[in-house]
Design a binder for this molecule. Structure first.
Ligand SMILES: C[S@@+](CC[C@H](N)C(=O)[O-])C[C@H]1O[C@@H](n2cnc3c(N)ncnc32)[C@H](O)[C@@H]1O
Length: 191
């Protein structure tokens, strides 16, 4: 399993354009689900973070739909980020999208700076799940929402163990699950 994930990440690191061409149809339904959630939950003038955004189609769709939002998108692969930046330019939303290379375990955003976090089909690649849980709860303001969408077979128990609390899971189509992280977890240094 680990070897498969490493090979997949190698693909993401070098072939963002090919990934974009062939996979956006597969994830279209999942993106529609995450887009609807983010559009509904983000307050006027709010900020949304897409984690493991890949070629950025979801982040760009969100920025196009909600001109009032600031949309942050991070991905560990520079190749993906370059494709995402091109999409943002082409869609005319580059001024409202901040697209950066970053690991989910080290998000380059301030505490409590985001209203909604979304992430599609990326979680099962995360090596440092504890670091991810810590960072996503750190950057999300109290009362904000954190939704992670991934395969039903993704390691959800690891995520719940990392969070140290149950996570709410609902189906998101036949193959996918939507998990909501509890957002009342704060490190001792922040209390
Ligand atoms: C299957 S792709 C999904 C991309 C996009 N979210 C989508 O729905 O098409 C998984 C993405 O997660 C990214 N990724 C993997 N590990 C990551 C990490 N630790 N932090 C941020 N991004 C990561 C990969 O580089 C890849 O772009």
């Amino acid at each position: 399993m680990h070897r498969v994930m490493t090979a997949m990440q190698h693909l993401f690191d070098r072939h963002g354009t090919a990934y974009d061409r062939y996979t956006h149809r597969v994830f279209g339904g999942l993106h529609a689900c995450a887009l609807a959630d983010a559009v509904r939950a983000a307050p006027p003038g709010g900020a949304v973070l897409d984690v493991g955004a890949g070629p950025g189609r979801l982040a760009v769709a969100l920025a196009s739909r909600r001109a009032d939002l600031t949309v942050h998108a991070i991905d560990i692969s520079l190749d993906m980020i370059e494709v995402a930046r091109r999409h943002a330019q082409d869609a005319g939303v580059a001024d409202r999208t901040h697209i950066e290379v970053a690991d989910v375990a080290a998000v380059p955003l301030a505490d409590d700076s985001v209203d909604v976090v979304i992430s599609t089909a990326s979680f099962h690649h995360w090596r440092d799940v504890s670091g991810a849980a810590r960072e996503l709860t750190r950057v999300t303001r109290p009362g904000g929402r954190i939704w992670i969408y991934d395969l039903r077979l993704a390691p959800w128990r690891r995520l719940a163990a990392a969070v140290g609390a149950p996570i709410t899971r609902t189906p998101a189509g036949l193959l996918f699950t939507r998990a909501e992280l509890p957002n009342n977890l704060r490190s001792p240094t922040r209390d």
